[in-house]
Design a protein around this ligand. Structure first.
Ligand code: ADP
Length: 504
């Protein structure tokens, strides 16, 4: 009866605490008298098997001595034996049991000892050792009782560990939220604010602390943000929006539903990007006007030179040279402007496109160009293909750039094949040529702006290095993706995929 009572008391005491150091001293305080021992020590191990907390019989030792004693008892002593054998042990007479190590200070008056492992989920998480000054003090009954207490203690140790881990995780999360440069705001499904990190408070000038259960519209006075949440909640889908702040900054916010929580909005400061965007637009305006006009003037004047008087053959060649360079610069400016427009999403009119028809239409002009070079074009186009949402002019431009390259980089007598099919909610188009191919190290850079392969084979082929960058930009604006496969000397395949539209 008294043992049951004792176990009950111990269990209650241990389970009411989550502080590991206190739990260990409670275990000792309760077990030492329960088996009439003199004193005891207890240690627990972390996941890596290192001692994380301990109370030794010898008190007040400096850390290096504590480490030394623990090292000894765990390698050659009784504690080590208990951990290795995963079972308790009684040392009836320490003089006749080599598991009891006599430490050099010899200050402990010990005749007998008992030790049990703390086992949780098949893992030894600690060792409890008790001593008595007389030999033959401990018996098998004590071992049974201590094993039961050790089981309770192991549960309490695990709970404390889990609690500490949760606390640490929570502290980490709190620190991340506090330090995050992005503004973060969380609401429940009824639009009540659950969390607002310091960056969000600063952005929306929300006074801290918010009253419990404050509604978003009471906490934040920003129409853009309120509209974003309203839109997201109405649609039940993630939504994005640019949020203008009174201090002139712009945040890019994404509101996403989080199961069992509500809605979380993460807002990134994109003020610098907005500025860059503005600079880019200004640049495009300058390029289009300030560069194009003088070029046009040069072109016009070179055309007028022969009219001003007779010119000789050399002068005619010089004028042709000037005109050719002007053409090249104009082409580059056109491509740059075009890319800037695509990237800015300007002049894009989305329609439902029948890709098989669109591809066939885009083949007309290149076919003539290919025929002139003795290159044949074949098609393997599934018909009808599913519909895609896109700007037909821009998609024809993609085809025209890919076909133009295939013709440019395929020697006379070669072949180009255009294939198109539907797969996994996408329409896939590939343009394959039997041209010069591209070295593997160059393939990764093909879609970068101004990248051109520099090789003896390409040195006489003119281009801007912007064609594929425009292709990529257009396709990505349509929610699609691009790729290339190529083998030098064999040929190349450039492909793109566009999502099938559900709108009819
Ligand atoms: P460019 O105006 O130089 O053709 P692109 O952006 O269209 O610019 O292409 C970039 C580079 O990729 C080209 O300079 C060329 O080296 C390589 N390239 C593109 N298409 C092909 C192809 N079909 N075969 C071989 N090389 C190609």
């Amino acid at each position: 009866m008294s043992e049951t009572r004792l176990l009950y008391d111990i269990s209650r005491k241990l389970n009411s605490d989550l502080d590991l150091d206190r739990i260990l001293s409670d275990v000792l305080a309760l077990t030492v008298p329960s088996v009439d021992a003199r004193d005891g020590s207890i240690m627990v191990f972390d996941d890596a098997g290192r001692v994380s907390h301990q109370i030794l019989i010898r008190k007040g030792l400096p850390p290096h001595q504590v480490r030394e004693i623990i090292g000894k008892v765990l390698t050659g002593g009784l504690a080590g034996w208990v951990v290795a054998h995963r079972q308790g042990a009684v040392v009836s007479d320490i003089k006749h049991d080599e598991r009891w190590l006599l430490l050099p200070d010899g200050c402990l008056e010990t005749g007998s000892a008992i030790a049990v492992p703390l086992i949780r989920r098949d893992k030894v998480v600690g060792v409890l050792t008790l001593i008595h000054p007389q030999p033959n003090h401990f018996n098998e009954n004590h071992l049974v009782l201590l094993t039961s207490i050790a089981n309770q203690a192991a549960v309490a140790v695990e709970n404390a560990r889990l609690f500490r881990a949760v606390q640490e995780e929570q502290a980490k999360l709190q620190a991340i939220l506090d330090e995050a440069a992005d503004a973060i705001l969380v609401t429940d499904n009824d639009g009540r604010v659950l969390l607002m990190n310091p960056a969000a408070r600063l952005a929306f000038r929300a006074g801290a602390p918010l009253p419990e259960g404050a509604r978003l519209q009471d906490a934040v006075d920003n129409e853009d943000l309120l509209a974003l949440f309203q839109q997201a909640m109405e649609k039940g889908l993630p939504q994005e929006k640019e949020i203008r702040l009174p201090d002139g900054r712009t945040l890019f916010a994404t509101a996403t539903p989080v199961r069992d929580v509500g809605w979380v909005a993460v807002m990134q400061d994109i003020t610098h990007l907005k500025k860059l965007d503005k600079m880019k637009s200004d640049f495009v305006a300058i390029v289009s006007h300030d560069l194009r006009s003088p070029l046009q003037m040069i072109y016009t004047y070179t055309g007028l030179i022969p009219e001003a008087g007779p010119i000789n053959e050399t002068q005619r060649e010089f004028i042709e040279g000037i005109n050719h360079s002007v053409e090249k610069m104009s082409a580059l400016i056109r491509a740059l402007l075009d890319l800037a427009k695509v990237e800015a999403g300007m002049d894009m009119t989305m329609k439902v496109c029948q890709m098989d028809n669109l591809i066939r239409a885009s083949l007309i002009a290149p076919s003539k160009q290919a025929a002139l070079k003795g290159i044949s074009i074949h098609t393997e186009i599934d018909s009808p293909l599913p519909l895609v949402a896109g700007d037909p002019t821009r998609l024809e431009q993609v085809m025209s750039n890919l076909l133009g390259n295939a013709i440019k980089y395929t020697p006379a007598g070669g072949q180009i094949t255009v294939t198109a099919w539907a797969a996994d909610c996408e329409v896939i188009v590939e343009v394959t040529d039997t041209g010069i191919g591209i070295a593997p190290e160059d393939q990764a850079h093909l879609f970068e702006k101004f990248f051109r392969v520099r090789s003896p084979q390409t040195k006489d082929i003119e281009g801007t290095g912007l064609g594929l960058a425009i292709v990529k930009s257009i396709i990505e604006r349509h929610g699609g993706r691009v790729w290339v496969r190529s083998q030098p000397g064999v040929g190349s395949t450039f492909g793109f995929a566009l999502p099938v539209t559900s709108v009819l």
